[in-house]
Structure formats: structure tokens, C-alpha cells
Design a protein around this ligand. Structure first.
Ligand code: NAD
Ligand code: UD1
Length: 345
């Protein structure tokens, strides 16, 4: 049985499908602070298998310990966390409390329950401003915002934990820019309020929820002047978790990038989204966004060499699956969940 924290969220719901499709049993834990359990209800119907859902907070060590023991958990995939960079500048302590303290409590419960296999979602944001490209795992670390620092501190904490007890099996996955949705269009990203990230904003412009996209700067030193990122299909990203879990059959600690190795510009994304959706994406050019870098993309060779994992889906597939989700669910999951919102199943 695998415990998946943050299981109702965007990436969590896709990881859940990867696990169920591989025949593994899943208990998903989420406090639903940024998600809706309708995602997991849909995961069950897509996969034709049931999972266990527990409405709980990772900071509640006793509750997590009970779940670990009662469900017979053998490994944890830990995605629960707050992730909005701008928000983390405004309320840093909330981020440290939720992400860092939450992980400490989770790991304490795991230690007590003698569950010592952990896959953790970190982020390419730990690299900060690139000093060379592509970004490999040896690149110096220096996040530029509190959210990124919570990820870095958790990484360091997990390394200390592994040094103290080498029975631990730990996989630290540094995601690049996850986008797209499950091919069914039933599960996808459902941001609250105005999206910060590019793809959800573009999708909401395409569906008519927003008038236009603002492109944050077209004077970067890139071929078309707009920022370049390593967008990765969320289904490819999810399968990387399964590969990491399989790799952790032996004790050890592995830190690995999950990206495609290819960069796409903001304008590439806009043009591709227009082509697959058949909808215009009006845009205006704005000032550069504080904290943005010009170019960021992964060297994914370690993941391929050690995990045997590689992303396979194109930018067109990412945009088309994102559009399928957005057009089938113009208001996300709102109104889709079973009436007893916080009840377990
Ligand atoms: P998300 O907000 O959709 O999912 C996170 C889930 O964790 C949500 O369902 C939320 O309700 C839950 N949660 C938050 N705090 C919790 C707590 N204390 N106890 C229990 N549940 C809690 O975000 P996502 O995009 O699916 O991201 C998942 C993880 O991946 C996060 O840790 C995030 O930092 C990391 N990550 C995401 C991205 C990205 O672009 N989406 C990039 C790099 C890393
Ligand atoms: C952002 C975060 C990063 C986090 C990641 C995933 C910052 C500085 N970085 O990455 O820490 O891990 O999200 O949550 O916030 N863009 C526009 N208009 C928009 C939105 C985005 O032009 O409305 C541009 C950005 O300037 C950037 C690119 O699109 O060049 C990608 O932006 P975004 O999707 O927010 O991802 P990152 O900035 O890479």
C-alpha cells in the first residue's frame, strides 16, 4: 500500500492513476486546502479501481501514524505542500509551517511506523538563477523565494535523515514545469482564483474566462524574446514517480531532475495552444515578472540512466490534453464532487 500525500491535487491525482494502473494500492491523504476530492472520485472511475481517501493534514502526526499502521503502508510519495511563489513572499511562515514542519511530522510518523521509503516532490526552483544550461543535478542551488527555500530545506533535511540512518530509501524528484492533463479530459489542473502559471492562464483565455494573456517580457536574450521553460506532460511526470519507487528497492538517496531536456518559449506555447484548440489567444506584452529567469531547462540524462525513465509527450500533446480538460470542465471541479465534501472513502 502506497501513501500518497497531496493525492487530490493536480500532480497527485495523476500519480494516483499511475500507481493504480500499475496494480498498486493507494491511500491518498489530503487536507483539500487546494483541491477537490472529485479528482479522486474521477481517478477511480478512469482506472476502474478503488482507492482509500483520508481527509487529513500531514502536520497531524498521530493521524498520519494511524494511517500508516492501519493501511499497512510500505512507501510514501509526498506531494502535499503549498506552491504559489508570490503567496510565499507574502506569508513565508505559512509556507515553512506547512511544507517544512509538515514534512518533519510526516517523516516522524514514518520513523515510528518503520516505513522508510519516501519519494519527495521537489522543484527546479531550487536551482535559482542558472549559471549554465541545461541544468543538471550538480548545478549550484540558490532558490530566490520562500517557496523554493522550503523545498531546498526539505531536501537538506532528508539528506541528513539518510546520513543518520542508511536504511532509508529516498527519492528527491526535481520537477520542471508540469502541464497538460490526463487524456480523458476528466482530471486536470484546477487553480483557485487567477492562475499564476502560463498554461492554466492560456487555457482560461481560450475558453473565454479571461480576455487576454499578459506575456511577462519579450526582451529576454532568447530567439523570440520571451522566456523559455522545460514544460513536461503531467502524465510523463507521474510515471517518473513509479520509476523512482521501483528504483528504491535498495537503500539509498537519489536526487533527480524530471524534465524533457527541451525548452519552449512563451510564444511557442501560445502558438501551439492556438493550433490545437482552434481558438485565438489574444495577448499583450507586459513588464518582466520579478524573479523570472530567461531560460530554464533540464538535463534529464540521470533520470534516463538510473531510473530508465524518459518523457515522451510533445508540447502539442501537452497543449491538446490541457485544452481537452479545460473545454470539458470550464469551471474545473466546482460542483462535481460528491455532496459530503470532506468525508473519507
Ligand atoms: P496542488 O496544490 O494541486 O497539490 C498539492 C496538494 O497538497 C493539494 O491537494 C493540497 O490540498 C494538499 N495539501 C497542501 N498542504 C497540505 C497539508 N498540510 N496536509 C495535507 N494536504 C495538503 O499542487 P501540485 O501542482 O499538484 O503540486 C504537488 C507538489 O509538487 C507540491 O509539493 C509542489 O510544490 C510540487 N511542485 C509542483 C510544481 C508545479 O508546477 N505544479 C512544480 C514543482 C514542484
Ligand atoms: C513558476 C515559479 C516556480 C514554480 C513553478 C511551478 C516563479 C518565478 N517561478 O515557474 O518557482 O516551481 O511556477 O509552480 O513564479 N508567463 C507569462 N504570463 C503569465 C504566466 C507566465 O508570460 O500569465 C511566463 C513567465 O514569465 C515564464 C513562463 O511563462 O517565462 C512560465 O511561467 P510559469 O508557468 O509561471 O512557470 P515558472 O515561472 O517557470
Amino acid at each position: 500500500m502506497i501513501l500518497l500525500t497531496g493525492g487530490a491535487g493536480y500532480i497527485g491525482s495523476h500519480v494516483c492513476m499511475a500507481l493504480l494502473d500499475a496494480g498498486l494500492d493507494v491511500v491518498a491523504v489530503d487536507n483539500l486546502s487546494n483541491s477537490n476530492k472529485a479528482s479522486l472520485e474521477r481517478v477511480q472511475s478512469i482506472c476502474g479501481r478503488s482507492l482509500v481517501f483520508r481527509h487529513a493534514d500531514i502536520r497531524d502526526e498521530a493521524a498520519i501514524y494511524d494511517i500508516l499502521r492501519c493501511c499497512g503502508v510500505t512507501a510514501v510519495i509526498h506531494l502535499a505542500g503549498l506552491k504559489a511563489v508570490g503567496d510565499s513572499n507574502v506569508q513565508p511562515i505559512t509556507y515553512y509551517e506547512n511544507n517544512v514542519l509538515g514534512t518533519m511530522r510526516l517523516v516522524s510518523a514514518m520513523t515510528k511506523a518503520k516505513v522508510k521509503t519516501l519519494v519527495f516532490s521537489s522543484s527546479a526552483t531550487v536551482y535559482g538563477i542558472p549559471t549554465y544550461l541545461p541544468l543538471d543535478e550538480k548545478h549550484p542551488l540558490g532558490p530566490t523565494n520562500p517557496y523554493g527555500r522550503t523545498k531546498l530545506f526539505i531536501e537538506e533535511m532528508l539528506k541528513d535523515l539518510h546520513r543518520s540512518d542508511d536504511e532509508w530509501r529516498i527519492g528527491i524528484l526535481r520537477y520542471f514545469n508540469p502541464v497538460g492533463a490526463h487524456e480523458s479530459g476528466l482530471v486536470g489542473e484546477d487553480p483557485l482564483g487567477v492562475p499564476n502559471n502560463l498554461l492554466p492562464f492560456v487555457a482560461q483565455v481560450a475558453i473565454g474566462r479571461r480576455d487576454k494573456l499578459t506575456i511577462w517580457g519579450n526582451d529576454y536574450d532568447t530567439p523570440d524574446g520571451t522566456g523559455i521553460r522545460d514544460f513536461i506532460h503531467v502524465v510523463d511526470l507521474a510515471s517518473g514517480h513509479l520509476s523512482a519507487l521501483r528504483h528504491l528497492k535498495e537503500p539509498g538517496l537519489l536526487t533527480v531532475n524530471l524534465g524533457t531536456g527541451a525548452g519552449s518559449s512563451v510564444l511557442d506555447v501560445v502558438r501551439t495552444f492556438e493550433a490545437v484548440s482552434g481558438r485565438p489567444i489574444p495577448y499583450a506584452i507586459g513588464e518582466r515578472r520579478a524573479g523570472d529567469v530567461a531560460i530554464c531547462y533540464a538535463d534529464p540524462t540521470l533520470a534516463e540512466r538510473v531510473l530508465g525513465w524518459k518523457s515522451t509527450r510533445s508540447l502539442a500533446q501537452m497543449c491538446s490534453d490541457h485544452w481537452c480538460w479545460q473545454s470539458k470542465n470550464p469551471d474545473g471541479y466546482r460542483g462535481a464532487e460528491h455532496p459530503e465534501r470532506s468525508s473519507d472513502f
